[in-house]
Design a protein around this ligand. Structure first.
Ligand code: FE
Length: 310
């Protein structure tokens, strides 16, 4: 089968997002959009002292999907449609914002109070024009419901967040074909994954180091490899240490994209409408907003105090 090469390796810089937490903007920065993917942030890994953990208090989304995958710590979420819950380590939340929601993504009470490690991902998947104004939809998947499959030799473990790998299929429904795999390769092992010929995609090394693509380009923690356009096999290889890689690909939508922050539509008129609807309160609101902004300010002040003390 034809193999995909990696056409570019890039290293996103650390930047601050939401209430001020540190992220690597993997897609949507050093690598621009990769249709249908608008953004990928690697959150942390950050070791928080008590009182320091930050999140993203109340903000809107319209016209796309946000996918949150928690590695460490947790996210307390709430939205204007009345949904609320806690995402724990290993959980995935696939939120189709559609016509729009206001939501908050905050650290768990335990993480804020006692401190601890925070690490995770947020992927933004665009929606085709026909789905942009659909009813918002949630798929919240506990860690134990995400298929985790091993190669026969046990050297490669794949978590199937979306799509299919090693005969295991994700329970998450996507509006366009998407594959989202978290692949753990033990030292010196290798793995080849079949992907649809027509998809766009990338690989992101989030821990360890290895080699990516048919051309086996070296990539280490915090580096993205953009896949070339043709081929239906992606080769990954670990070096002398274990390597954790996200493999993400999807069918391109091939429509115009007009983005204004958390609104992603096809035309400027639709963006103007989104801003107007948000200002008019049509995306709703969540009780307790002031408390979450106050909590965020207090955590920012605590971080400042701790960093000036060291
Ligand atoms: Fe959000």
């Amino acid at each position: 089968m034809a193999q995909r090469t990696v056409v570019k390796i890039a290293t996103p810089k650390l930047q601050r997002e939401g209430g001020g937490f540190l992220v690597r903007r993997v897609i949507g920065g050093v690598v621009p959009r990769c249709d249908p993917f608008l953004m990928l942030d690697h959150i942390g890994p950050t070791e928080h002292k008590p009182g320091e953990a930050l999140g993203a208090p109340d903000h809107p989304h319209r016209g796309f999907e946000t996918v949150t995958y928690v590695i460490d710590g947790g996210v307390k979420h709430q939205d204007s449609a009345g949904n609320k819950g806690v995402l724990k380590a290993g959980w995935v939340q696939w939120m189709t914002a559609g016509s729009g929601v206001v939501h908050s993504e905050m650290p768990t009470d335990d993480l804020l109070k006692n401190g601890g490690k925070q690490e995770g991902f947020q992927l933004w998947v665009n929606l085709p024009s026909k789905n942009k104004m659909m009813e918002p939809r949630y798929q919240e998947v506990p860690a134990e419901t995400i298929p985790s499959v091993k190669t026969p030799d046990g050297n490669v473990i794949v978590k199937v967040i979306a799509g299919e790998s090693l005969g295991a299929k994700s329970t998450i429904e996507t509006l366009i074909p998407i594959m989202f795999l978290d692949i753990h390769l033990k030292a010196e092992s290798q793995f080849s994954q079949t992907i649809p010929e027509s998809c766009n995609g990338f690989v992101y090394v989030w821990r360890g180091a290895g080699f990516v693509g048919h051309n086996l380009l070296p990539a280490h923690m915090g580096q993205i490899g953009v896949l070339g356009e043709t081929g239906s096999e992606v080769l990954l290889k670990a070096g002398t240490q274990d390597c954790h890689v996200l493999l993400v690909c999807g069918q391109p939508i091939n429509e115009p994209v007009v983005q204004y922050g958390p609104f992603v539509m096809n035309t400027q008129a639709e963006i103007d409408q989104a801003i107007e609807d948000y200002r008019a309160g049509k995306l709703g609101e969540i009780p307790g907003k002031e408390d979450r902004f106050r909590q965020t300010e207090a955590a920012q002040a605590m971080q400042k105090k701790n960093s000036s003390a060291t």
